[in-house]
Design a binder for this molecule. Structure first.
Ligand code: GTP
Ligand code: MG
Length: 504
């Protein structure tokens, strides 16, 4: 596998409302880059990204899944995330290590509630963002409504870089306002023809092009001067302005796609390669004591762990980003959080559950390793001894509490150990032995989060557990949360299927 340098690595995270098409887009990008030669679908439960049994059962993404493409001299690391905010931990952890967030909107619905929540995190990190309006082939696609709702929510910095022709069932072409060409797609998608913009679209295209140019010029004084001089910017100047605007989180280019029909995905990838910023250009990471950790290709290796996964047959998988230097297989690293030494015996580039072994990963890249003993999410590891710890990902506090019990003695003994792993994998799940209530409490993000946690405990760890309402020592329920339903113990035990969980 080719080794890419910082100038040719792009890390993107796919975020957006539930079912906006993130997993379908990830699959299409892998197909475009020939990582796979047949596209799977969410319905057929055979996408590279949604590979967990739980995701197949529910028909949704539950976990942050890293994938990658190697295409036209660039490596794009893609992290596909869930759309439902019960899984917010799986969304904000990859957001932290991504260079650019590609935020999808379903052209049937415009901006949805879930998207607004994710935006708060994207905005907080001031990450570069691309807005991608997806599902433009859908009979109910409404481009105007979607773009207007984007402008209403995110303001005039959301600027059109493309617009679709014939959105809806006949969707077959995109006008590109950066290149000022039309991409015309075969009916079933794929490689487009690059054609001149039709006569009857020229006026609209010119007007929108001028808005894009003005917006791009605003981000740089020399570009502003050029724009005043010439009244326009050429393609390279425009790219530079877009790049700077994205880097400062001041300009959010809006692109058009149909992930399902593979229209616009290749152009999106080209834009990520050629215009979106790389890790070497982003603001430096900040350590817990306020020191700036500058991106360095030549410095000693530093990695930051953004995610941990416990896999039944593999053990502990640790996902990280290389912030400095080169990480080589066999290297020993010092964990500044636990003051222990870890050996990187395996080094992988991940595509869903496929592990591609590599010998080296350079600064700016994302990878995974196995079987680290004393390393968790949010830890920093160094090639040289250092006390420096990268500021941890700030995971949201849980919003729902239940009592958790094991239904037999054997499982009761394992409960603490299993909950520790569950928390390590998803830090937005917490647990505590309440001395006051004399009950073991499980805190999580919501009903679906609770259901999926139970599923994991039963199916992955073979536990027999049940949930109950927390009660005070007087026997009265502590809270009556109408919006936070609790799973009834008996029904879960009898029915044992996720779909049939009943709430009181
Ligand atoms: N017509 C049309 N359907 C699409 C498109 N992209 C995705 N879909 C469909 O939308 C549904 C959801 O797609 P996913 O790729 O699972 O969406 P997602 O955003 O990953 O969903 P979650 O991760 O569960 O939030 C599936 O039925 C897809 O086939 C598209 O471009 N056009
Ligand atoms: Mg998905």
């Amino acid at each position: 596998m080719q080794v890419f340098d910082e100038k040719h690595i792009r890390n993107i995270v796919l975020v957006g409302g539930a079912k906006s098409g993130k997993t379908t887009l990830a699959e299409t990008m892998l197909f475009e880059a020939k990582v796979i030669n047949r596209r799977g679908s969410v319905e057929q439960k055979n996408t590279v990204s949604d590979f967990h049994e739980l995701e197949h059962e529910r028909g949704i993404s539950v976990y942050a899944t890293p994938l990658h493409t190697e295409w036209r001299d660039y490596k794009i690391n893609i992290i596909d995330t869930p759309g439902l905010d019960d899984f917010i931990g799986e969304i904000i952890a990859p957001l932290r290590v991504a260079d650019t967030a590609v935020m999808l909107f379903n052209a049937q619905h415009g901006v949805e509630v879930g998207t607004e929540l994710v935006w708060q995190h994207v905005d907080r990190y001031r990450k570069p963002v691309i807005f991608a309006i997806n599902q433009l082939d859908h009979p109910k696609a409404d481009f105007e409504m979607t773009y207007n709702s984007i402008r209403d929510h995110f303001g005039s910095n959301a600027v059109l870089m493309q617009y679709p022709l014939n959105p809806g069932e006949g969707f077959n072409a995109i006008i590109d306002l950066l290149k000022m060409v039309m991409y015309k797609y075969p009916a079933d998608g794929g490689k487009p023809e690059k054609l001149p913009i039709p006569e009857n679209e020229l006026q609209t295209a010119n007007e929108l092009h001028n808005i894009l140019v003005e917006k791009a010029a605003e981000n740089d004084e020399s570009l502003m001067e050029l724009y005043f001089e010439k009244g326009n910017l050429d393609e390279d100047e425009l790219k530079k302005g877009l790049h700077i605007g994205m880097l400062h989180h001041e300009l959010f280019p809006v692109m058009c796609i149909s992930a399902l029909k593979n229209m616009g995905s290749g152009r999106l990838m080209g834009f990520i390669d050629n215009v979106a910023p790389g890790s070497n250009e982003l603001k430096p990471e900040i350590s817990e004591d306020g020191t700036e950790v500058n991106f360095s290709v030549t410095g000693p290796a530093i990695i930051f762990v953004y995610r941990t996964e416990h896999e039944a047959n593999l053990g502990k998988l640790t996902y990280f980003k290389v912030l400095s230097g080169e990480l080589k297989k066999g290297m020993q690293l010092k964990n500044s959080n636990t003051h222990t030494v870890e050996t990187i015996n395996q080094l992988y580039v991940m595509d869903g559950h496929n592990r591609n072994p590599v010998d080296v990963l350079k600064a700016g890249d994302i990878g995974a390793t196995l079987k680290l003993k004393n390393t968790d999410t949010n830890h920093t590891l160094h090639a040289l001894t250092s006390e420096l710890k990268i500021t941890p990902i700030d995971f949201p506090k849980p919003r729902m509490t239940v009592v958790i019990k094991a239904n037999n003695k054997k499982d009761d003994e394992r409960l603490g150990e299993v909950l520790k792993k569950i928390h390590e994998q998803d830090p937005t799940i917490e647990y505590e032995q309440s001395r006051e209530l004399k009950q073991l409490l499980l805190h999580c993000q919501g009903e679906l989060h609770l259901i999926t946690t139970k599923w994991t405990m039963e199916k992955v760890y073979g536990m027999d557990i049940s949930f109950d309402k927390p009660k005070s020592h007087t026997g009265k329920p502590l809270q009556e949360p109408p919006t936070l339903p609790i799973v009834t113990k008996n029904k879960v035990a009898v029915q044992g299927s996720l779909e049939k969980y009943t709430c009181v």
